[in-house]
Design a protein around this ligand. Structure first.
Ligand SMILES: [Zn+2]
Length: 308
């Protein structure tokens, strides 16, 4: 999983047709009995045709933004078979929290651009209606949009909003675990350690290491469009976590002399921040760290080489 930029909404969202569709959609839901709405065959009408036809008009932009991959597991979507399923970050047919099933959430966000994503069938099925919150009492009121949803604390990561590498830890064997409660919940709900996925990630990482060992260019394997690049980036960061630079000493602020400096360049999420954080921790020294800051390096660092 990697962070995805959500492009601006397709033009259809600025059209009168959309406003009309949304109005009809809202009215239809409000006027229909919950039991009828829960039936699989239930479809809300819109002036542009069925909801599916409306959503189809958002597909091209989503496919491009997601670089042809599932938003969660990064498996390439077989677009010719149309296996990629439109899905919603906030589920459309009731939300399953850790406390209860919330029948009325979040049907009103079915057409909402910020709520749409394309998922592979496996992730879509695993995700289902799951949408737990850290504090279920913060669940938004029916009909809430935009800022009115901001009070919720979703436990499921949104790859269009969150930086997955802050929440997930990919290992060389292709497995992934959560660095945070949100990461752990996401791995669990989406079943991101399913055997085929683990194997695919492991073979990508293997290919990366072999290519590095041969001294060849790994740009293709680390390109955002490459499948499972989240795992590959983490592996690259582990491999690269040796920094050769000038000795770092506290700068002499009294004389105005020049201090050595080091420039770190790299793709997003390969470990630049970890290197800087490691330098700060090292300069602080273990005693000061434990006595004053009360932090352990593992609380701060995103990437730590096994054994260190
Ligand atoms: Zn998937």
């Amino acid at each position: 999983m990697i962070r995805i930029e959500r492009p601006k909404a397709p033009d259809i969202y600025a059209s009168k047709a959309y406003q009309q569709a949304q109005l009809e959609f809202d009215a239809h839901y409000r006027d229909t009995d919950l039991k009828v709405r829960q039936q699989k065959s239930f479809r809300a009408p819109s002036s542009s045709g069925s909801v599916e036809r409306f959503l189809d008009r958002t597909r091209t932009r989503l496919e491009a933004a997601q670089l042809g991959k599932c938003a969660y597991c990064e498996t390439s979507l077989d677009l010719t078979l149309r296996a990629a399923e439109h899905d919603h970050y906030r589920p459309a047919r009731g939300a399953r929290g850790h406390d209860a099933f919330h029948d009325e959430h979040y049907w009103w966000l079915v057409l909402e651009w910020d709520n749409l994503m394309l998922l592979c069938p496996r992730c879509s099925m695993a995700k289902g209606s799951w949408f737990p919150l850290a504090d279920e009492s913060t669940r938004a009121a029916v009909g809430a949009r935009g800022q009115d949803l901001a009070g919720e604390e979703p436990l499921l990561l949104d790859p269009f909003v969150d930086e997955p590498s802050e929440h997930l830890r990919f290992l060389d064997d292709g497995s992934v675990s959560g660095r945070t409660v949100r990461g752990r919940t996401t791995v669990e709900i989406l079943n991101l350690n399913r055997p085929d996925l683990r194997q695919q990630r492991a073979s990508r990482i293997d290919a990366l290491y072999r290519t590095l060992d041969l001294g060849q260019d790994v740009a293709t394997l680390l390109a955002p469009a490459s499948p499972y690049v989240g795992a590959a980036r983490a592996a690259m960061a582990r491999r690269n976590l040796t920094v050769d630079g000038p000795p770092v000493e506290p700068p002499d602020t009294g004389t105005g002399g020049q201090a050595p400096w080091l420039l770190l360049l790299g793709e997003n999420a390969v470990g630049k921040s970890s290197v800087l954080q490691a330098l700060v921790l090292t300069l602080m020294g273990r005693e000061a760290l434990e006595a004053q800051a009360h932090v352990s390096p593992m609380d701060v660092l995103r990437y730590v080489r096994e054994g260190d």
